[in-house]
Design a protein around this ligand. Structure first.
Ligand code: PDD
Length: 281
């Protein structure tokens, strides 16, 4: 078993996997990425992730250097080479390398990277006890639906969360919840599951999508609608979703207890159903 680094069509050792100082990903964050995981030796919903990757690249007009099929094969091949049963697969595509200048010349050759690392599972204890989060203003740009590597606001948000000894920072824009710095946001009120709607303010999370599908299949009422900042403290339950962490119960926001301060019944049910789903998907 080994970590894998596949850069510009070559398998390399970490120390040899280098990009130019003129790479626009390095200079401008002119780049998109994707994070995929595997369960028990199988990539989980690879197609959904690749669709989002293609859509992010499309929105920034960065051409992917492979056909859809070839890209799928390359990711599969890199993953198999790692021999990890539980892995975290990272894809990155930058616009390419050119002398520094905001305007990009045509015909650049994009930089494409796949890394495969062993996945450290989210601590079961935190899933059982729930986590604490804080709220902060959403200072990100207006196209958070694009999974770009411009993550400065997310980095600062995570850093603030860590400094305050909590797991995540949920972001608020114009009095409404958008999402966490690394996760999507859900709340449960009177047995209904609510999450902000898809628009330019949030990432269309793959896990968000699966949670909604699983809940709908269980005939749980699900609503994709705006959630005001005030509503979060009044929620019966709150949880977050993300590829590597699945569903994480939140029991405190800004020091205020949510529900009875323990992961709620709906959250626990969805965690269980999600785990079953990962075995059959
Ligand atoms: N991030 N929202 C943001 C801002 C995210 O960065 C992520 C995940 C999500 C959840 O999306 P998904 O369910 O598709 O993983 C929502 C990844 C894991 C990261 O940046 O490492």
């Amino acid at each position: 078993m080994a970590d894998i680094y596949f850069l510009n069509n070559q398998y390399l050792k970490l120390e040899d996997a280098k990009v130019s100082i003129n790479d626009r990903g390095f200079q401008f964050g002119d780049s998109v990425y994707e994070v995929i995981r595997s369960y028990r030796g199988k990539l989980f919903h690879l197609d959904m992730h690749l669709k989002r990757f293609e859509s992010s690249a499309d929105k920034l007009e960065i051409p992917i250097p492979y056909s859809q099929r070839k890209l799928r094969d390359k990711v599969g091949e890199a993953y198999l080479k790692s021999e990890y049963a539980e892995a975290k697969i990272y894809l990155q595509l930058t616009r390419g390398t050119s002398e520094r200048g905001h305007v990009y010349p045509s015909g650049l050759i994009p930089t494409f990277l796949i890394t495969v690392l062993e996945l450290r599972p989210f601590p079961t204890e935190l899933k059982e006890k729930g986590v604490e989060i804080i709220s902060i203003p959403d200072i990100r740009w207006g196209r958070c639906d694009i999974k770009s590597t411009n993550l400065l606001a997310n980095v600062l948000a995570q850093q603030k969360a860590r400094r305050e000894g909590v797991y995540e920072a949920v972001m608020i824009r114009n009095g409404k919840v958008t999402e966490g710095s690394i996760s999507n946001f859900f709340l449960v009120k009177q047995a209904r599951v609510l999450t902000p709607p898809l628009n330019h303010d949030i990432l269309p999370g793959v896990t968000r999508d699966l949670v909604l599908k699983i809940a709908r299949d269980l005939k749980i009422t699900v609503q994709e609608e705006m959630i005001s900042e005030k509503e979060i403290y009044d929620a019966d339950e709150v949880f977050l979703s993300g590829t590597t962490v699945e569903i994480v119960p939140v029991v405190r926001i800004d020091g205020r207890q949510i529900g009875n301060g323990l992961p709620g019944l709906m959250t626990k049910r969805l965690i269980k159903e999600f785990q079953i789903y990962t075995k059959i998907a």
